[in-house]
Design a protein around this ligand. Structure first.
Ligand code: FAD
Length: 449
């Protein structure tokens, strides 16, 4: 008789949990995964995928107005928001099915209910208990909304994906990537957008030049930025909501959306029953192999609050499966994780910001380029593309690449490989550009600023 019901019991079928479960199953382990809400987790249902679909929708407006400079005459335009949301929902349902198939094809048992920990080897779910040699907690994160009076009238990104009808006026609170992306989405669809942020610039943690450039570009597009401001209280009105800021300003809108960060989804999981340590933010404390303070329990993804991105959760999930079931102990390298912000224009970044590099290296060289993209010489759009390279003068190694402009994420992904290979500035310079592209600028910047 087997000692345990399962070799691995995963709690949460999101980016990290699905990858770990599938891979463990394909290595021959007997695996079960519990999911209380939606297969595929945040990324597929209320994160990366639906967000990018809405970003695409919002970019058509630019395309229509840019077309005039190229001789196109575009007639009256009408947008069917209900159709967009319905089509997006249909695609997400299709993806839910893909995730179900991926798991069942790998022999993984799916249990659709909320699970909690009973002890180091036992999970409770749906009135039953299951034992497992290993338990993987992959429960993700949840939007954090500050406790201001009237906060119950606010929505978060979770609800923003299902609004019906499209609001005419939106207040977005926050300055992180989700806030600026939704500002771009709503603004591109024709909504009046006001962004309220307690900091002096959007996108804390990104390179300062990118933060400045994006703030300017958002302003140029007509997104109202209320910086250095906090919402003190929210009032429900007949027309929607009124946000009272701490500087005395009152802002009216149909909807107020909070995008003020996410907290690890670890409450009520029974972590204390098993003795799993969490930090002050509720994040599960893990070592480099994602092992918790309890040797039979592992944790990956947002619930560990390392880097809250899908590819990171996936890499962590894979590493756990390799370590436990394929005899290949594996950990994830967190340096040089590239990321993009699907703002308008897009932003892409990999490696150290200029400020980080100055702190860690004796002497750095910074190369910058700022230009009007070729397309906009005819479209007439007043939009700047900005690129930046941060280089260690001693070794000539490129430490950071940063860009704001069309397809920045697509471009930076390629450069992330170069940085992984410790590419030098001389090697960037020796690379022949692709002409005419914006990306060629990364291999033609010759003069440090
Ligand atoms: C609006 C938005 C946009 C984003 N855009 C991007 C992007 O462009 N690129 C990017 O890389 N990342 C993006 N992210 C972040 C990305 O979605 C997350 O980093 C990623 O989904 C984390 O994966 P995970 O496996 O840790 O958790 P999740 O994918 O959140 O999965 C956790 C799963 O666990 C389930 N669960 C929780 N508790 C229990 C329980 N007790 N029992 C059973 N099931 C449970 C949940 O229902 C959920 O399905 C975005 C996030 C948001 C909110």
């Amino acid at each position: 008789m087997a000692a345990y019901d399962f070799d691995l019991f995963t709690i949460g079928a999101g980016s990290g949990g699905v990858r770990a479960s599938r891979m463990a199953g394909s290595f021959g382990a007997k695996v079960a995964v519990a999911e209380e809400r939606y297969l595929g987790g945040t990324c597929v249902n209320v994160g990366c995928i639906p967000k990018k679909l809405l970003v695409y929708a919002s970019e058509f407006g630019d395309g229509f107005s840019d077309a005039a400079g190229f001789g196109w005459e575009i007639g009256p335009r009408r947008h069917d928001w209900a159709k967009l949301i319905a089509n997006k929902n249909r695609e997400i349902e299709r993806l839910n099915g893909v995730y179900r198939r991926l798991l069942t094809d790998a022999g993984v048992t799916i249990i659709e209910d909320r699970a909690s920990l009973v002890d180091a080897h036992t999970v409770a779910i749906g009135g039953r208990k299951y034992s497992a040699k290993y338990i993987l907690v992959a429960t993700g994160s949840w939007p954090a909304v500050p406790k201001v009076p009237g906060a119950e009238h606010a929505i978060t990104s979770n609800e923003a994906f299902f609004l019906e009808p499209r609001p005419a006026r939106v207040i977005i609170v926050g300055g992180g990537y989700i806030a600026v992306e939704f500002a771009g989405i709503f603004h591109g669809m024709g909504t009046d957008v006001t962004l309220v942020h307690r900091g002096a610039k959007v996108l804390r943690g990104f390179d300062e030049d990118l933060r400045d450039t994006l703030g300017r570009e958002m302003g140029k597009r007509g997104i109202a930025l209320h910086l250095n401001s906090n919402v003190a209280r929210i009032e429900k009105t007949d027309a929607g909501v009124r946000a009272h800021l701490d500087d005395g300003t009152a802002l009216d809108a149909d909807i107020i959306m909070y995008a003020t960060g996410r907290t690890p989804n670890t409450r009520g999981l029974g972590l204390e029953n098993a003795g799993v340590k969490v930090d002050d933010h509720g994040a599960i404390v893990v070592d480099t192999y994602s092992q918790t303070s309890v040797p039979s329990i592992y944790a990956v993804g947002d619930c560990t609050n390392r880097i809250m991105l899908t590819p990171v959760a996936i890499a962590e999930g894979r590493a756990v499966a390799e370590t436990l079931f394929n005899g290949r102990p594996m950990s994830v390298e967190y340096a040089g994780v590239p990321s993009a912000v699907f703002s308008q224009p897009n932003l892409g970044t990999v490696g150290l910001t200029e400020d980080e590099a100055r702190k860690r290296f004796d002497k750095i060289a910074v190369y910058k380029s700022s230009f009007r993209p070729l397309k906009h010489t005819l479209s007439g759009r007043d939009e700047t593309t900005f690129m930046k390279l941060v280089v260690d003068e001693k070794t000539d190694r490129v430490l950071g690449c940063h860009m704001i402009g069309t397809d920045a994420g697509e471009i930076i992904q390629g450069l992330a490989i170069a940085l992984k290979c410790n590419a030098t500035k001389a090697q960037f310079d020796a690379t022949i550009g692709i002409h005419p592209t914006a990306a060629e600028e990364f291999v033609t910047m010759r003069t440090a600023s």
